[in-house]
Design a protein around this ligand. Sequence first.
Ligand code: F6P
Length: 367
Amino acid sequence: MEPIRKIAVNTGGGDAPGLNAVIQAVTFAAARLGWEVYGVREGYSGLLDPQNYPDGGLMRLTPERVRNISHLGGTILGTVNKGNPFKVTESLQGGMTVAKDRSDEVVAAFRKHGLDALVAVGGDGSLTIANMLNKKGIRLVGVPKTIDNDLSATALTFGFQTAVDFATECIDRLHSTAESHQRVIVVEVMGRYAGWIALQAGVAGRADAILIPEVPYDIHIIARHLQDVGASGKAYAIVVVAEGAKPSGGDVMVKAREAGRQERLGGIGERIAGELESLTGKDARAVVLGHLLRGGSPVAIDRMLGLTFGAAAVDALRTGKDGIMVALQPPNIAHVPLEDAVKQTKLVPVDGYGVLTAKALNICFGD
Ligand code: F6P
């Protein structure tokens, strides 16, 4: 294997608190080895369309430049979730679009810049792309990222705990207003097809019902539960619903479908509030936390995880690893083949301790 002198790091997909911590650790760890580090702007756009960036699409990263970023939300490199170089959407005359494969251009630009390896930070979509680029000859180590915590190869992804903490704080705040007005408040949280955020924030935030994609719900069961809770003396209720929750026999609510990106979920909170209002006769409101869960400073554990993954990715490259993703498999950091890293979505086990704890606390799942 050729010795490494110059590496790049990029961030793809939706942002997650902790991305800047990864960038900081990659830069510091690589600099200690005498490697130069460059950050690719907005996924692969900095390589594909350098003319769009004043710095030519690559940001020189030095320890001086990144020493104070691990506590910042977002990513200093920018990110895109429409950034698949194998399927770049191009507009044709008459409003038509075509998907063009520009992956060879990424490889060519990578070589032209004299880059020896890439640290690709992303969720399942970005890591799938990383795997395909690796097969085209780019030496590469992946770092898992998503607030959804739905990657099966790693026990935890950074950003998740920050999202759960903030959602819990929001739910805490909603109790007093719900109680004052004797209302049902439905809180919709992100998480895509997994219910991790809803489950943990719902339990920590003392919800009366939690609806997750893994447990299709029956709205009548939830309404009855809220009535029972009311009869026991609690005149208000909090329902936490994952954006990917669905009624038994029904489907997820999709807000938008656009070429070149995953379907956008959303709207289930409003629907459930309406249905519960008519079934229980109680005033109901819906709150969508949405992108608030992706913003803000990473909590300490997400900073630590991002920094650890960044350092581990550079160490993996140093020891000759290629085509793998670093993963938390307590107490170790493991190296998982990229191929396997994105194979399976990690869903909430319906008979796991999380659901068990919630049920012990009389939290209803609508099943
Ligand atoms: O995967 C992270 C996530 O925040 C999901 O929870 C959510 O469904 C999606 O991204 C929203 O993405 P966008 O940035 O397209 O709104």
